[in-house]
Ligand binder design. Structure first.
Ligand code: PGA
Length: 265
């Protein structure tokens, strides 16, 4: 299975000029060693304000790097009177291929719950926009040994999605769904779980997905939380870690591409 290396830029960088420089450096780096990077999928998720700008550059470079966004409307898949929202249809039209949903920061600050996430998944499927569903336990939940319970609850949105959406194709299920396991206590903290712990959690996630539908037996499961060039090789060595979701280290082209190299095997 080809690995996935996804850069979540969050609310960065601060200016259009910096966005331009970051994308240019990424594109140059990937073009210069395209043979290496063909071995993994590279995806970047700028903030929505910069999506069109990044899309224009990537379009000219023909699929070297895929484009994601960090959220999508739960209210409609298309258009309508929903001030401030951005729909799956509009994102697709702007060249976006993936939507990150359920990131812990959005769960925490924007109260994104399973009901909203189910709507978002349905809207993405409706517009053939891929979903990167983030799940993960908080530090208190980890310490209380509740990780699998929390993940099972967060994954139930996938089960609901499968039950409700009778029109979702096997092709969509096989190619347009990624799960990112991100322990909240590892995000931006420099604390990382051991590769063995992540591998065990991924095994649990994989079994759970498979119990919903056999098509999900091959759904890529990514790890996220303080991934850096220094630890990427260790994560890449586990068969059950199919890629990474990278925050801070995705904001420098060199460090992001070093991580992608570790997964380009
Ligand atoms: P981090 O963020 O790599 O800075 O820990 C990961 C994420 O939030 O997706």
């Amino acid at each position: 299975m080809k690995s996935w290396v996804v850069g979540n830029w969050k609310l960065n960088p601060a200016s259009v000029k910096e966005v331009q420089a970051l994308v240019d450096n990424l594109v140059d780096g990937v073009s210069a060693q395209s043979d290496i990077f063909q071995a993994c999928h590279i995806v970047i998720a700028p903030c929505v304000l910069h999506v069109s700008q990044v899309s224009d550059i990537l379009e000219r470079k023909q699929g070297l790097i895929q484009l994601a966004c960090q959220d999508v409307s739960a209210l409609t898949a298309t258009s309508g009177a929903y001030t401030g929202d951005i729909s799956a249809q509009q994102l697709r039209d702007s060249g976006v291929e993936w939507a990150i949903i359920g990131h812990s920061e959005r769960r925490q600050y924007c109260h994104e719950d399973n009901t909203a996430l189910l709507n978002k998944m349905n809207h993405c499927a409706d517009q053939d926009l891929g979903v990167i569903l983030c799940i993960g336990e908080s530090e208190a939940e980890y310490e209380a040994d509740r990780t699998t319970q929390v993940l099972a609850d967060q994954l139930s949105v996938v089960e609901d999605f499968l039950q409700q959406s009778n029109k979702v194709s096997a092709d969509y299920l096989s190619n347009k769904l990624l799960i990112a396991y991100e322990p909240v206590w590892a995000i931006g903290t420099g604390k990382v779980p051991s590769v063995q712990d992540v591998t065990n959690v991924h095994k649990f996630i994989r079994e759970r997905l498979q119990s919903f539908d056999s098509t999900l037996a091959t759904t890529p499961v990514l790890y996220g939380g303080s991934v850096k060039p220094e630890n990427a090789k260790d994560f890449a060595a586990s068969e059950l870690i199919n890629g990474v979701l990278v925050g801070g280290a995705a904001l420098k082209a060199d460090s992001f591409l070093d991580i992608a190299k570790a997964f380009s095997k």
